[in-house]
Each structure stands twice: as C-alpha cells, then as structure tokens.
Design a protein around this ligand. Structure first.
Ligand code: CA
Ligand code: CA
Ligand code: CA
Ligand code: CA
Length: 702
C-alpha cells in the first residue's frame, strides 16, 4: 500500500466509523487476513527431512491444523506446531522418489481459515541453510558446490557471502530463485523481493554480476579463470532486507533450465517439451503432464522441472491450451513463407535471431470476426515485447497492436506491465490475410518465446475470482467471494455466476452480471459481482472443501456459453492488487470471532433514489445491543460499500438495516450482502462474515 493510500484509508476510517462514544459498543472483531507471507526454506532435497518455518500476518496463523499441499506428490508433514500467532513450524519428509519441481503449500488453521499458497521446491542437489554472520568476505560461509543454499536477506543491508573452491575452466552457475517463487515483502516492503548477485575472485574483485536476468531474478554463468577460492555475494536492491526476503541460491556446475519449447501444449495430451538453460544439453526433455488432475480447468499454467541429479528443482512455466497446437516453421521471415493458421488454434513461436520476424496466414470470410492474442510475458515470463500486425493479400497493413489494452493485473504471472499483443479483427472481404509477429525488446534465443492464439471473434467472457481460500468465520456462517467479469467480442448478455462443487450441506448463492440495455447503459456493476458460500451449522472448525465458480451467459439466441472462473490467490490486500493465478479454490471453516449475520429479508425491490429496510438476524452474541453495519455491493475498483457503516440497534436478535439506493443506480437486479462494518470488507483482505446474497431489484425512479 502506498503511503498516500494508507493516509486515504486512515481518513476513510476516521470519517466512516461511527463514534465509539455514541453507543459504547465494542469494535467489530478483527478478522485476520489468512495470509501466508513466507515459507523458509522455500525448498529441500528429495530423500531428506526439512524443518520449515511459515510466517503469516498479525496473528492470523494461530491454531494450525494441517498443511494442504497441491502439486506433485512426495511430501509428508509432521510436527506441525504454532510458535506464535504469526509463525508456524513443521517438518516436511520429502520422499526419495519425489518428482522435482514446485508444490503449492497452504496452512489450514482455526484462527483465520486457509491461507494463500506459497511455493516449496523439491530438488535433487544437496541443500543447506545459510549461517550468519556471513556479511563480509572475511566471514564468508564455506560451501561445497554444487549446492542449493537457502538464505534470507534480513535485516536491512544484510549481505550474504559464500565461499567455494573452483577449478580453472569450470562453467559455474550462480542463480537466485526468488521472483520465480513470487517471494514478496510485507509491512513496509510490499513488492517482489529484488535480489542482486556477484561472483568475486579470491582477491574480492568482481568477475560477474547480475540483477534482473530472468524476471527480477539474477543469474550468472561464468567460466572460472583458475583453480582457487571464489565468493558469491547476495543482496537486495538498495540494501533492503526483510524477514520475507527468502531465496534459493543454486551454485556450482548445476543444471539450470530457464526456457521450454514449445512453451505450451494441448491440455488433452500434454506430453514433453524441450528444456533450455545452463548445463542443459540440446534435446533434454521435461514432462508437463505431472499432477494437477484435480486442478481447476481455468488454471492453465504448468511447470516443467528437470529430473536430474544436478537439478535444483526450479521449474519452467508452460501453458496448456484448449485448441490445436503447432509450432512455427522457419524460415517464415516474409509473407511468401507465412505458415498457415486456423481458427481455434495456437502456434508456438520464438525469436531465434535478433532479425527474426514470423509471418502467418489465415483464410477468412467476408465480415468474419477473429481475435488474435499473444501470451509471452504474461505467464511464460518471456522477455519479448511483441508487435502484432494484420495485412491483406496486397501487403497493406489493416490492423496492429503493441501492448494489449486488457488489464493484466489480475492474471499477470510477471510483475511488469504486460507487453503482449491482442487484437480483434473483422475481415473486410473474403480472402487470405497475413499476420506478422515481431519483437521490439531486442531479445532473442530460447527464452524469447510466445504463443499466438487465433479465436473466433464472437461474444465471449472470462471470469476471475478471489480469494481462492475463503474463510467462513464459524459453522453456519457465510463468506463472500468476489468475481470479476471481462467481456469480449461485443458480449452483452446477462451472465449468471454460480458456485459449484460444494459437498452436501454447504450452500451458495448465484449472482448476475447484467447486460447493457437502453435503460441501463454500461455501469461498473457489470464488472464485478459477489457470490456467497454458507457452511453447514454442523461443520467442524478446520474443515476445508473445494469449490469452483462458473459463469453462463444467457444468450437471447439460445446459444449459451459456459466459462470457468480462474481462482486468484491474494498476497496483499485487493486494494494493493497483488494476485497470483491459483490451481484450486477452497472454502475453510475458521473459529467464529464474534457474531455473524443471517438474512431475514431475502429479496427487496426499491426504486432508484428510494429507501427500504433489510432485516438481518444476529447470531453468536445474545448480549449485543448495537452493531456497526455496512451493506456491500461489488463495484469496479476497490469500492464495495453501498452504504457507509451505520451503528444500528439490535432488537430481539434482529437488526433493521435502512438502505438508500443511489438515484443514479440503473434498473436491474443486484446481489448485495450485509456485514459488520468495513473491517468485514473483502477489499482489505479481511473478509469477515456476511449474509448470504440478498436480491436487490432496483426499479426506475418514480
Ligand atoms: Ca542472510
Ligand atoms: Ca548475512
Ligand atoms: Ca521465429
Ligand atoms: Ca521467422
């Protein structure tokens, strides 16, 4: 959160919260963010046992129940225990045959439910933890390469120096995995941990240094000039340091894959890809078919690791696609050599040389609408900046796109503004059209990959939702999930968004993202909706169950579209907007922290500018006399309060909540929830209990 944003929040809090003196009621309970900020070490060697320490946020990890680990098999958890409310320890026994690569680790606890995921990597090289003090060359920690060192840059200005013996002619690798594992700060250090790395000789002279080689991760490959001692120095940019700045340093003659080709495969039959990187021989294959059978189909990311003795386990992202897959065929540097594309297909390409451009051709009917989309920097961490151009058969350029307009913030696997191209195109006449893909960042080689997908330009939409780990605060209570709807190709249908896949006894509510009508011109309420999930009254605290979010457009022509929502794990508050695509959504039952609300009024109709009253029942605290209440409606941006908080009396367990509908609100049916003050606000990562969705029908102003 920026300083300005903090101030804005403080002012908002001061303005919006009712004066405590007026009713002398306690503040709403603090619903801790169920957040896992770091796991240390962030990996271990297979066949060993690793004691890990997990850090959360302001007491949100109290009463740990279990670790839920997704991804390839081979990890067993024992000795899970609480150190304090924000720190948990456990021992991970890594099976001798555990496949190398990352796992998705979450902590289930009674205090705040289920956390976001943090990555834990299984490797095959020997591993060790750094030992402080190691800040100076004179105090460098001696290590035997090849090795993976698990360290932390903390406190500010911490430096970690390691000493190893090398031989003349050895090509050593020194590589940090941190950004690759989404290592990020908290508190005053929001943002990806940005490391730098130096290789020094015995006299302390710098032989090589690196900063942002793969994303923000530094990587050095260097041929040692003579037999002797060498040093590697790790630090954070600007001499920062914080407890979450965890890294894995691979050092020595180790295999370190950094690219895969093709960078994507058909979902149906993923198979293998070729890996590229340091000490990775041409023709080396990796499998993209591991694990994830239970993953949400909306999650298309896979990770390919190298299964070899000298592998640190760090894997390379690839994607699975819905359509026919192919790879480009060089030479294709001019129109005459263009490769053939079909609608509903994906071609995997790369820029092999600095001059490389890639041409494709496609036959289109008159007025046929198509959508070209490139994925390169997003998801794949490719360093390219694509430019996409469409030409007619006479060589006249008809359309082009550099950086896609679509906001990538919710899905970016990288942390830069997206440079991927996307355009919707309508063929003016029947015939052959040509597509040119070009890089503008001046990079080429195995990492300079892209995927170009050609889809029909018909109306379509996509959904994302967060959190992917929903806390229900007490059996019988309800929590909400925020779903974002993005429409393409002129999609203007009502889209019904529902929660599915919950076990028996659980319930949920559906919401509608409204189409635009003459009566209801485009409004931000179309972009986001809430759906809610209610746990059974008999649910045990510490229960976690999977769910999925599905959207269905209700086409007037009868051709309905169904799309699965991509789950997002939330690293910071949604206000700061730091998300990562997640393989699976779960809802977990935490201990009730205080009272919770049930909707007595299930639906209400109010004219724009008019007022109404919603009745809610308060459970869990019979002595409570008043409660600060807010009515929420998912809106664009960070706002979701339809009313400002009001301190309201409780009579016989019931609260009558007055609701004034803004005069500018368009006619339509909206899903709203009632919750206890803005501390229960999902946007600040504190999704306290709320009522199940209440249907609010807004009529035209009278
Ligand atoms: Ca350190
Ligand atoms: Ca140090
Ligand atoms: Ca090429
Ligand atoms: Ca080419």
């Amino acid at each position: 959160m920026s300083a300005l944003r903090r101030i804005a929040f403080a002012i908002a809090a001061a303005l919006l919260l009712p004066p405590a003196a007026a009713f002398a009621q306690p503040q709403a309970p603090l619903y801790e963010e169920c957040r896992l900020d770091t796991i240390f070490p962030a990996g271990g060697r297979r066949g060993t046992s690793v004691k890990v320490e997990m850090h959360g946020f302001k007491g949100g990890l109290a009463s740990p129940r279990e670790l839920i680990i997704d991804g390839p098999p081979g990890l067993a958890v024992r000795d899970l225990k609480s150190v304090n409310g924000s720190t948990v320890e456990a021992t991970l026994d890594i099976a001798p045959d555990a496949p190398p690569g990352r796992r998705w680790v979450r902590l289930l606890n009674e205090r705040s439910g289920l956390t976001n995921f943090a990555y834990f990597v299984v490797g095959r090289l020997p591993e060790q933890l750094e030992t402080e003090p190691n800040n100076e060359i004179a105090k460098a920690e001696a290590v035997t390469a090849p090795v993976v060192i698990n360290g932390r840059i903390n406190p500010a200005a911490d430096l970690d120096v390691f000493r190893f013996a090398g031989k003349k002619g050895q090509r050593v690798v020194a590589a940090i995995a941190a950004h690759a594992l989404d290592i990020h700060g908290q508190g005053r250090n929001y943002g990806i941990a940005d490391f730098s790395l130096e290789l020094l000789d015995a006299e302390g002279r710098t032989l090589a240094s690196a900063e942002d080689t793969v994303g923000f991760d530094p990587l050095i490959e260097h041929e040692l000039p003579r037999d002797g001692e060498y040093f590697v120095r790790v630090q954070l940019l600007n001499y920062q340091g914080f407890p979450e700045a965890v890294y894995r340093l691979t050092l020595g003659e180790a295999a370190y894959p950094t690219a895969a080709f093709p960078p994507g495969l058909a979902r149906e039959n993923p198979g293998t890809v070729e890996l590229f990187g340091l000490h990775v021989a041409p023709g080396t294959k990796g499998s993209a078919g591991v694990a994830g059978a239970a993953w949400d189909p909306a999650y298309t990311l896979r990770h390919v690791a190298l299964d070899r003795d000298d592998s640190s386990g760090l894997d390379v992202p690839v994607l699975v696609g819905e359509f026919t897959e192919s790879t480009e065929t060089e030479p294709n540097d001019d129109r005459a050599q263009a490769g053939v594309l079909a609608i509903e297909s994906t071609v995997n390409g790369r820029f092999q040389t600095a001059e490389d451009v890639d041409w494709y051709r496609v036959r289109l009917d008159a007025q046929q609408k198509v959508q070209f989309e490139i994925v390169a920097q997003r998801w794949l961490r490719s360093p390219v900046d694509t430019l996409l151009q469409v030409y007619d058969a006479q060589g006249k350029m008809l359309a082009e796109n550099d950086d896609e307009a679509f906001d990538p913030g919710y899905e970016s696997y990288h942390d830069f503004k997206s440079t991927d191209s996307r355009l919707e195109f309508t063929a003016p006449a029947a015939g052959e059209y040509f597509v040119k893909v070009k890089d503008q960042s001046g990079v080429h080689g195995p990492r300079a990959v892209y995927r170009l997908t050609l889809k029909p330009g018909s109306p379509d939409f996509r959904l994302t939702h967060f959190p992917d780990a929903v806390p229900v605060w007490g059996p019988g209570s309800t929590a909400c999930v925020l779903v974002r709807i993005d429409r393409f190709g002129g999609c203007n249908d009502d889209i019904e968004v529902a929660v599915e896949g919950l076990p028996e006894g659980w319930s949920s509510s559906a919401a509608t993202s409204l189409a635009t009508t003459p009566e209801r011109p485009f409004v931000t309420y179309q972009f986001k909706v809430f759906v809610t999930i209610t746990a059974p009254a008999g649910a045990a605290v510490g229960t976690a169950v999977p769910f999925r979010v599905v959207g269905r457009s209700k086409r007037t022509d009868g051709n309905s579209l169904e799309r699965r929502s991509l789950p997002l794990t939330l690293y910071y508050t949604s206000d700061t907007g730091f998300f990562r695509a997640s393989p699976l959504s779960r809802v977990a039952v935490a201990k009730a922290q205080g009272p919770w609300l049930e909707a007595v009024t299930k639906e209400i109709t109010i004219a724009a500018g008019g007022t109404g009253t919603i009745a809610v029942r308060v459970h869990g605290d019979a002595d409570l006399k008043t409660m600060p209440i807010v009515v929420n409606l998912a809106t664009f941006g960070v706002a979701c309060g339809l009313t400002t908080p009001q301190n309201l009396p409780i009579n016989n367990g019931l609260v009558e909540v007055p609701l004034k509908v803004p005069p500018e609100m368009h006619p339509g049916t909206y899903g709203i929830t009632v919750a206890q003050t803005w501390r229960s606000d999902i946007r600040i990562g504190m999704p306290g209990p709320c009522t199940p969705l209440i249907k609010l029908t807004v009529e035209k102003a009278k």
